[in-house]
Design a protein around this ligand. Structure first.
Ligand SMILES: Cc1cc2nc3c(=O)[nH]c(=O)nc-3n(C[C@H](O)[C@H](O)[C@H](O)COP(=O)(O)OP(=O)(O)OC[C@H]3O[C@@H](n4cnc5c(N)ncnc54)[C@H](O)[C@@H]3O)c2cc1C
Length: 457
């Protein structure tokens, strides 16, 4: 009997394995499919390569923003190869790491539960004192559309495998993955149409910032809010999409449909009903959100398999943190949680740090909002990136910074600063005593913080 069996070797499972072997060698990790993680192969990393290239091209083509008259002839034929080369470098690094592990510790195959302490893989059974389920998720898509247009319907699993950039694409969805990939494609010269079920882009929950983001991104991108295809079919001139917009029937032709409408957990592959018939209803799984424990069992579900925050650093943190509960069962500890930090690599970038506007309004906490627009912010003007805005949320009583939402250039860096300050439970007065170098984008942040402080006095 193993001390721990880990199911799934993505970011969460690998992190759990590395922590586990510091304490016991009696470990087994099982993975279905490639061992190079969603993040490195088809997630965080290739998407960021594509986005960086796209943003550089956009900057070259928009150099007039900083008074340069550029006549550019840009050849994008190498872009997909570049994405794949760099992606392969990242996946190789992960695979090298996995190859260095004890061969006795790993099995390739799909695991499913036989009973609470037995799983089956490749028709062999394995028992353990505790289990970590880190099976991640897979892109969702409409099976009828897939039947209709076959490999012309792609998801984030396939887009990075394209040999060349398509001429045109229709993205379905306006969430994080859809907006990141669609904007990158558009900036790389791919004629891009975005169909969004609702009037929302990315993650921002503040209506002020959401409106600014919708207006700003709509200047660049063809986003059809509250419009979805009514019919799609394969034709000789590409995929024909029918839809209704402003009460008019319309159609377009595209090379591919990129389905980016969310991801489904891989939990159904585990036959959890063999542990307890009640677990067949995955929506009602009794999982403790703090410890990630399933019911009162020595079974823990981490990473994207069951989460409200499908993020790489959260998955890695949960993998590390859960090991002590496995080894000390039945003493189960709450995982040390991180200050919430979510970034969307749109341009301008979006970020939510600490508590979102929506969560704060739902809570009983009395807070005030500090606001700054970046349209006239000094450094943003210098960079030719004077778009967007930031909101900071401050507790009216304790004066502590509770959260922020950002839609600005370099939001990724300011969001980190803010999350570290929120984690340290700093008050607005503590933060405003910190140095703010001149001239920087962070000075805009100071304007928002001062706006908040004025309302507190
Ligand atoms: C396009 C895209 C862009 C992203 N960008 C970012 C970003 O910029 N920043 C960020 O923080 N996050 C980003 N993410 C999210 C991030 O990739 C995930 O949060 C992270 O990969 C989750 O890791 P995981 O270990 O939970 O799952 P995974 O890495 O998916 O690992 C799960 C593993 O379990 C295996 N498995 C499934 N079922 C079984 C079974 N029954 N038996 C055995 N093995 C099984 C799977 O095959 C897989 O190998 C992005 C995701 C996508 C798709």
């Amino acid at each position: 009997m193993y001390d721990i069996i880990i199911i799934g070797a993505g970011t969460a499972g690998i992190s759990a394995y590395k922590e586990a072997i510091k304490h016991t060698q009696n470990v087994l990790i099982i993975n279905k499919g490639p061992w190079d993680t969603t993040c490195a192969r088809v997630g965080c990393m290739p998407s960021k390569v594509l986005i960086s290239t796209a943003n550089r091209m956009h900057d070259i083509q928009n150099a007039q923003e900083v008074a340069l008259n550029v006549k550019s002839a840009i050849d994008t034929s190498q872009v997909m190869e570049h994405v794949q080369t760099l992606r392969n470098r990242f996946t190789r690094a992960t695979l090298r790491d996995v190859e260095s592990w004890n061969v006795e510790h790993k099995i390739s195959g799909e695991a499913k539960f036989i009973n609470p302490n037995t799983i089956e893989v490749n028709e062999k059974q394995y028992r353990a004192k505790s289990f970590i389920i880190a099976v991640g998720s897979t892109p969702s898509y409409d099976q009828n559309w897939k039947n209709e247009i076959g490999d012309k319907l792609i998801t984030s699993d396939e887009i990075f495998e394209l040999n060349t950039l398509p001429k045109s694409i229709a993205a379905i969805g306006s969430g994080v993955i859809a907006i990141e990939l669609a904007q990158a494609m558009h900036r790389l010269g791919v004629e891009t149409t975005i169909f969004a079920r609702s009037k929302k882009v990315g993650v921002l929950s503040s209506s002020t910032l959401q409106n600014i983001a919708q207006d700003e991104l709509s200047k660049e991108l063809n986003i059809k809010f509250e419009v979805l295809p009514s019919q799609i079919k394969n034709t000789e001139s590409g995929v024909e999409i029918h839809f209704t917009e402003n009460n008019q029937s319309k159609s377009i032709h595209v090379d591919y449909i990129l389905n980016a409408t969310g991801r489904n957990t891989y939990l159904p592959s585990l036959a959890l009903e063999n542990i307890d018939p009640a677990f067949s209803d995955l929506k009602k799984l009794p999982i403790d959100l703090k410890s990630k424990q399933l019911s009162s069992l020595p079974i823990f579900i981490i990473g994207d398999a069951f989460t409200r925050t499908p993020l790489q650093h959260e998955a890695a943190n949960e993998g590390r943190e859960v090991i002590s509960s496995c080894l000390n069962f039945p003493k189960v500890s709450n995982l040390n949680t991180l200050t919430p930090l979510g970034i969307v690599f749109s341009n301008p970038e979006m970020a939510i740090v600490g508590q979102s506007y929506a969560n704060l309004t739902k809570s009983n906490i009395e807070f005030i909002t500090g606001f700054v627009s970046y349209e006239k912010q000094g450094r943003a003007l210098v960079l030719g990136k004077n778009k967007g805005a930031i909101e900071v949320y401050v507790d009216k009583n304790s004066r502590k910074l509770l959260g922020a939402e950002l839609f600005v250039e370099s939001a990724e860096h300011m969001a980190h600063l803010l999350s570290w300050m929120i984690g340290e439970e700093l008050t607005i007065d503590d933060i405003l005593k910190k140095p703010f170098y001149h001239p920087t984008l962070e000075e805009g942040l100071r304007t928002a913080l001062k706006h908040a402080r004025r309302q507190l006095r």
